[in-house]
Design a protein around this ligand. Structure first.
Ligand code: GDP
Ligand code: IMO
Ligand code: MG
Length: 424
């Protein structure tokens, strides 16, 4: 049996591109679906028979009863949220017997969420607009080496580790005149969480490598997106992990050699939640219209998403960085409701035209999109099952994206339902 490959689904821009839907489709053929980075800042929606399921931590592959759903070592886990998600799935008749949690995943505690809110308050007008889920502070502790991992949560060390951390964190909260974290109640609550999660906590690194050796197919479900990457995104307006391709290896333990297809998901337009530069943003009636037509309100925080045109200059950077082999373009139905559609093909930077991209803040703040215009009015495309069935205007738009980027468009989203998709 030859060793199999790991296919990867990554977000292209600033998240919420519809990764959940593509994963849901691809996991039908996957033996294992893995989340590698981020935490419950993610919100992945899947619509099945008109019912919406929002996943924050569990890979959406859990829907397929033959797929093992793995939360990798690179993820930060809020146990309260995870247990709620487990219970919610069970109540909806979805089995979670196939869930596995890496013993090396880090755990989010109330001091992380409180610190996240406190730091945002302190930033005043320079807020990042985090999801306030404690993600940044949890990764800080991981790198500071005082983080508590899943294996610690279920060990005899737990009380000592938590006592040490709460004592230290409370010194900071005290200095800020912020309410202190209560050790006794936190300890009791997390001991209960530990009991619930213990059966799922395993060495997922060995599990994944054994699976690859026995020819099993693995799919990685990216969370967040490349322009939110701590290294490659628009720093500091980013998340605290590596949602791009490198995070797949460090967040799961598979090697670079194991990576197969890399699918990058974008929308036929773009969106962003939280602060930070955004060259193709339409902070006007076009942006408002896209938001309403695409129901662009956060899955996790319900915040209205900033909306704008698709940016091919940025996409080219993203494709290069991740070694993308195929594009998934969602919401083609949504953009097709407009009369005219614009596609950003270059930037005007201080009077000069450029197709180079940089996440340098000054570069982004001083760059303006140069656009090509396309005809919209695609009509109802929700039942199109092949590229050929799409109206000419939609084909022209998609062909131009493919030509510019030089990577095939493999998935085309024609509606929110899991069946509304063209696969090429
Ligand atoms: P994710 O975080 O990348 O998984 O994306 P979200 O779930 O946060 O946001 C994507 C939203 O778009 C969800 O509400 C999806 O149901 C919806 N969606 C995904 N693909 C399509 C599509 O092709 N057309 C339409 N109309 N909606 C879509
Ligand atoms: P999915 O997986 C969209 C954004 C936040 C904020 C920044 C930092 O659903 O695509 P954080 O809480 O991570 O410290 O916030 O990152 N952000 C997301 N935006 N989709 C996401 O996930 C996001 N995860 C984080 O809005 O701007
Ligand atoms: Mg989302």
């Amino acid at each position: 049996m030859s060793r199999s490959k790991v296919d990867v689904v990554l977000g292209g821009f600033y998240g919420d591109e519809g990764k959940g839907k593509i994963i849901d489709y691809l996991s039908k053929d996957a033996d294992i679906a893995v989340r590698c980075s981020g935490g419950n800042n993610a919100g992945h929606t899947i619509e099945v028979d008109g019912k919406k399921f929002a996943f924050h931590l569990i890979p959406s592959g859990i829907f397929n009863k033959n797929t093992l759903a793995v939360i990798g070592n690179g993820v930060v886990i809020d146990p309260k949220v995870l247990i709620e998600e487990i219970n919610d799935l069970k109540e909806n008749g979805v089995s979670v017997d196939n869930l596995r949690i890496s013993d090396k995943a880090h755990i989010i505690f109330p001091y992380h969420t409180e610190m996240d809110k406190l730091l945002e308050e302190n930033r005043g007008s320079n807020k990042i607009g985090t999801t306030a889920r404690g993600i940044g502070p949890a990764y800080c502790d991981k790198y500071e080496r005082c983080g508590i991992r899943a294996e610690d949560l279920i060990s005899d060390r737990f009380e000592e580790l938590l006592t040490f951390n709460i004592k230290n964190k409370n010194k900071i909260f005290e200095a800020y005149n912020h309410e202190l974290i209560d050790l006794e109640s936190t300890l009791a609550t997390y001991k209960e969480y530990a009991k619930v999660l213990k059966p799922y906590i395993v060495d997922t690194i060995t599990l994944l490598h054994d699976a690859l050796d026995s020819g099993k197919k693995i799919l990685c479900e990216g969370a967040q997106a490349t322009l939110l990457d701590i290294d490659f995104g628009s720093y500091p307006f980013v998340t605290s992990s590596n949602p791009s391709i490198g995070g797949v290896c460090t967040g799961s333990g598979v090697s670079a050699k194991d990576i197969g297809e890399v699918y990058c998901v974008v929308k036929a337009y773009s969106s962003r939640v939280g602060a930070g530069p955004y060259v193709t943003e339409q902070n006007n009636e076009i942006g408002d219209l896209i938001r309403e037509l695409g129901h662009e309100y956060g899955t996790t925080t319900k915040r209205p998403r900033r909306c704008g045109w698709l940016d091919l200059v940025a996409l080219k950077y993203v494709v290069r960085l991740n070694g993308v082999t195929g594009l998934a373009i969602n919401h083609v139905d949504t953009i097709g409701k407009l009369d005219k559609i614009k596609l950003c093909v270059a930037y005007n930077r201080e009077g000069k035209e450029t197709t180079d991209f940089s996440t340098n803040t000054d570069f982004l703040n001083n760059s303006y999109g140069i656009y090509e215009e396309f005809d919209g009015n695609f009509g109802d495309i929700s039942n199109c099952k092949t590229f050929d069935e799409l109206p000419e205007n939609a084909k022209k738009y998609l062909n131009r994206i493919e030509e510019y980027i030089g990577v095939p468009v493999k998935f085309i989203g024609t509606g929110a339902g899991r069946e509304n998709m063209i696969i090429r």
